[in-house]
Write a protein that binds this ligand. Sequence first.
Ligand code: PHE
Length: 461
Amino acid sequence: MRGNQTQGIHGEWSNALVFVLAAVGSAVGLGNIWKFPYMAGENGGGAFVLVYLLCIAVIGLPILVAEITLGRRARCSPIHAFRNLAAQSGASPGWRYIGWLGVFTGFVILSFYSVVGGWAIAYTLRAGQGLFSGIAADEAGALFGGLLGSPPEMIAWHTLFMAAILVIVARGVHSGLERAVTFLMPALFVLLAMLVGYAMAIGDFDRAVTFLFRPDWSALNAEGVLQALGHAFFTLSLGIGCMLTYGAYLPARASILGTAVVIGITDTVVALFAGLAIFPVVFVAPGVEAGAGPGLLFQTLPYAFGQMPAGHLFGFLFFLLVTFAAVTSGISLVEPATAYLVERRGWGRWRACGLLCLGIWLLGLGTVFSFNRWADFTPLAFVGALADRNVFELLDGLTSGLLLPIGGFGIAIFAGWFAAREVLAEELRTGSWRFVVWRWAVRVVSPVAVALILLHGLGVI
Ligand code: PHE
């Protein structure tokens, strides 16, 4: 294993800011723009937001720090990182399976993420063509239904999304990932600011603020608390080695604790702003409710924009934002596996990433057909709790509900109990009390909390 002063074979980010942009790019995605606002709305607004913030700070951040630290120490893909660090710390080589689990989970998540990312591209173009102007609510529904009902069209957009991921990732850390995030992330921040400004000017901003921030403790139950925990994981891209891999490209002199805090805060602020861009517009459109699920983004919102002055332009900008956010998350999902193949087989990045993207594309067809031909196909019909889930619902539920938390649990336990203390302390280079606080967080607080989410997901509690 290479020492912590040397670059790995994949190269490294030009500076710590690029790393922050890349990591925020991974973290900010459909989870922030679509899932967070609606989950907050359903679970007591401000009450949910407070619990979520607590989860990010107490559970998410320690694991984020652990991933970045392990990655920067090992300077390689998660599978080799766990193998090498375990060897160095005298732990079992079996820890590499945590790396394998992450690589596999990333593969599966990207297969459906790409299909939804494809919808975002389709909607960017539709908004640009003015298809939403003055559209009626049922027409917006029919437009979305038309997309979902057409496998060839969905496959075309899914292919385009995967091709974009391939072109970026295959070009390497420096000319591919770094260039993409240094363009896409500032663009994303500007778009978001413009959309919040528009929502303030045109929408029912006060109602949105109340909806998102007024704590209604009676609407928050144990289920909501556990959802907040699970979402903290998903939104920070934790538990699957994405942040570990990005940490492997972090220059030796950058401070890990500082960057992790910036990443956590930025991801959260973007989620809150996304809510403030969406709900004011949704609330002024006649006769719409802040409904939940994919419908909010792809049906309610096009209709709402269609009723607003300059909605044509801002609808276009909104879906461009969603597309950028999905692309910068997508690249982080395939990078760990690409790095592994390059290390293990000595392949070039085009070959490694090309093969992976092909596999992911094929698996993605399962999600495409879940919205039409296979809508009623339930592969696990014989498993009680999963009996009525189609392919997409299984892949989605299995990854966020089970594989991410297992991976996060493993990473926390490894960093807290098995990785050599001196190695971590050296890599974190921080004042002693901060190191001690972090270490106890990954030793006890994070694993216990994650175990609770898992047991809940499995129906044990
Ligand atoms: N964090 C991304 C989002 O919020 C999703 C993601 C999960 C990306 C895991 C990478 C790894 O949309």
